[in-house]
Design a binder for this molecule. Structure first.
Ligand SMILES: *Cc1c(COP(=O)(O)O)cnc(C)c1O
Length: 308
């Protein structure tokens, strides 16, 4: 069973009109639960179920947890999501709406995650938010759909948190023999763990996350993200929170879709006509989406970031 949708691929006239290149959007904000995560997580959950798992456990209060909750509901499996006390009421509400049991434990994600590990019994499957080949395999369907539509971009722009989306997109590019299509991998300042890993040559742990793009807030990227950068042309870009937030606002006005700052980061590269786009004529932006931010929150953050 496939739990994700095939999403629209369309040109953004608003974005193309800003410059010399045509800008195309892969609208994964329209997936169930509002982000691309269901591609990989849906695949991983279906495989775990076929191998006999009887419950799914997650420690993400964000889009990964939501995707696990949705997959569990669709597959008829119970789901437990352990989240820290800092998780917003809205996120807990969305998880419960998908039928998941929400357990609040600890003051940080690390503590919630440790507690989640202690809950794991022999027939439980722990679903990691980004570091799992099953996830990358599922995320790669995003590029399969683009190839199937016979649209070959000159470059793909996407956001990087823990590197699961990057790993899946590179797998998709490689399995469609698009070795010559580079990836522009975007993070926000204060969440740039991929940028730091590339500089060091190995994954490094950021001391803290200081960006509002919480879905990009993995302190350390997976090894596979670095492996991708060795096997495929991948360029790292870092943008400000303010640029990401401004892109969310403009994207809402242009396309009537609200996305998280995590996704605004990738969109900002097209809105701000980032110098890294020079030389490409057809750009594909992965609109990864995100369900955890409201427009009020985005405007409050933007006002704060604008003053800083
Ligand atoms: C998870 C997520 C990301 C980052 O994906 P990784 O696989 O962790 O790199 C970006 N944007 C949104 C909306 C997400 O939910």
């Amino acid at each position: 069973m496939t739990l994700h949708f095939e999403t629209p691929l369309m040109e953004s006239r608003a974005l193309s009109a800003l410059g010399d290149q045509s800008v195309w959007l892969k609208l994964d904000a329209l997936q169930p639960c509002g982000s691309f995560k269901i591609r990989g997580i849906g695949h991983a959950c279906a495989v775990h179920q076929s191998r006999g798992a009887q419950r799914f456990v997650s420690s993400s209060g964000g889009n990964a947890g939501l995707a696990v909750a949705y997959a569990g509901r669709r597959l008829g499996m119970p789901v437990v999501v352990v989240v820290p006390e800092t998780t917003t009421a809205r996120a807990k509400e969305l998880l419960r709406l998908e039928g998941a049991e929400v357990v609040v434990h600890g003051s940080s994600w690390q503590e919630a995650n440790q507690f989640a590990q202690t809950l794991l019994g022999a027939t439980d499957a722990f679903v990691h938010p980004f570091d799992d080949p099953l996830l990358w395999h599922g995320h790669a369907t995003l590029i399969d759909e683009v190839a199937h539509a016979r649209f070959k971009p000159d470059a793909v722009v996407l956001s990087v948190g823990g590197g699961g989306l990057l790993s899946g997109v590179v797998e998709g590019l490689q399995r469609n023999r698009w070795h010559d299509v580079p990836v522009l991998a975007v993070e926000t300042e204060g969440a740039a763990s991929f940028h730091a890993a590339l500089a060091a040559g190995h994954p490094v742990e950021l001391p803290c996350i200081s960006s509002v793009a919480t879905s990009l807030g993995a302190k350390r990227v997976c090894e596979q993200a670095l492996h991708c950068a060795r096997e495929h042309p991948v360029h790292s870009l870092v943008v400000s929170d303010y640029s990401a937030l401004a892109a969310c606002e403009r994207f809402l006005a242009d396309h009537r879709i609200l996305v998280e700052p995590a996704c605004g980061a990738a969109l900002s590269v097209a809105y701000d006509r980032h110098p890294a786009l020079a030389g490409y004529s057809k750009i594909l932006v992965i609109v990864c989406g995100g369900a955890t931010a409201t427009i009020d929150q985005i405007r409050t953050w933007a006002a704060q970031a604008g003053r800083a």
